[in-house]
Design a protein around this ligand. Structure first.
Ligand code: KG4
Ligand code: ZN
Length: 334
């Protein structure tokens, strides 16, 4: 009998469902919530309501595309933490109800562990042990992975996440939310060496991005005073320079982690791993240091249920199931 797992991701502002059969992703549907754009960031209350609206059609589409009947499901997985509590509750309650109705096991998945395991959806897959730089809107971590379900965070941000650094910089430039992909887009036409933003001196493997945000704020205030059209005229160069600095902060720490651990299998994951500058930098650092590098396919970098499904597959094989009393949590380490 094939093992069919339905996975649900609802930690932030994307409602996603995926179906996996024996370790292979058969479908992965994502409903993006556009309602937040006008507010310049995710509004938790609106996110929960949109998940409620989207979850049934998204699950139906994922099952239909995979050609899997509800009655053929072996387990149902959901994102348990971290995330917005109201958003997590929608996926959690839906998964529990379905597990109860179908009398199949429930699997609780950690969202950040799933971002790392997105590297295992398709070949080539990293060999253990490997390092993963996980960069999203809420987290920035260097993770040492010993096996699919054994991971240790060896470095993390002390303040803003890398995705936040992109989004907040974009906001200062007057770009809509989420600004990360727009900075990436404009940066492609710009000169990354045109403006120099400071690199923080943080000991160890931790990161800090709040100083960069302040530096950009002062830089823009000063130039706008002299020329109100400064941002408009130099948008591409500013974006390229901001991106260059965020990427160099990330890559130098990753290089330090690889040097200190002696590990040469290096992966990236999370929404910011969709960034073209970071993807290019990983290849360059990889060539320089003799790393074997891994990046998930573009659609598996930002939030998606396929990564929840692949994590659930490892948990299924290990017999790690959750009880029907499983509750979500906004914050939780793995
Ligand atoms: O992993 P993700 O989809 O959601 C969280 O778990 O947070 O990451 C979202 C973050 C946002 O901050 C978004 O601006 C950023 O990933 N992002 C990018 C790019 N695509 C998404 N940042 C820079 N360049 C991109 N191409
Ligand atoms: Zn995420």
């Amino acid at each position: 009998m094939p093992v069919n797992i339905l996975a649900i991701e609802s930690s932030c502002d994307e409602t996603s469902a995926a179906v996996l059969t024996d370790g292979r992703i058969r479908s992965n549907f994502i409903a993006n919530q556009t309602v937040h754009e006008q507010y310049g960031g995710v509004v938790p209350e609106l996110a929960s309501r949109a998940h409620q609206e989207n979850i049934v059609p998204v699950v139906d589409m994922a099952l239909k595309k995979a050609g899997v009947e509800r009655s053929a499901l072996s387990a149902i997985a959901f994102t348990q933490s971290p995330g917005l509590i109201g958003s997590l509750l929608v996926g959690n309650c839906f998964a529990k109800a379905m597990a109860l109705a179908l009398n199949i096991p429930l699997i609780a998945v950690h969202h950040m562990q799933a971002h790392v395991l997105a590297n295992f959806i398709e070949d080539p897959k990293p060999l253990f042990p490997f390092l993963c730089l996980t960069v999203s809107g809420g987290h920035t971590q260097i993770v040492l992975c010993e096996s699919p379900l054994s991971m240790k965070v060896i470095g993390e941000t002390l303040d803003d996440a890398a995705g936040e650094a992109f989004d907040k910089s974009a906001k200062l430039l007057g770009l809509p939310y989420p600004g990360g992909p727009l900075i990436d887009k404009y940066a492609q036409e710009g000169n990354p060496a045109r403006f120099k933003f400071p690199e923080p001196q943080i000991p160890g493997l931790n990161f800090s991005f709040s100083g960069l945000k302040t530096a950009i704020l002062y830089f823009l205030q000063e130039h706008r005073q002299q020329d109100p059209a400064f941002v408009q005229q130099h948008l591409a160069d500013i974006c390229a320079s901001v991106q260059e600095r965020i990427v160099s902060i990330l890559m130098r720490k990753l290089e330090k982690a690889a040097r200190e651990t002696g590990i040469r299998q290096v992966a990236i994951a999370g929404g910011v791993s969709a960034n073209s500058g970071l993807r290019k930098a990983l290849q360059q650092y990889g060539e320089k240091n003799g790393w074997q590098c891994y990046i998930p396919k573009f659609e598996y970098c930002t939030d998606n249920a396929a990564m929840i499904a692949i994590t659930a597959w490892y948990k299924y094989q290990a017999g790690e199931f959750a009880g029907l009393d499983a509750v979500p949590s906004a914050r939780a380490v793995f």
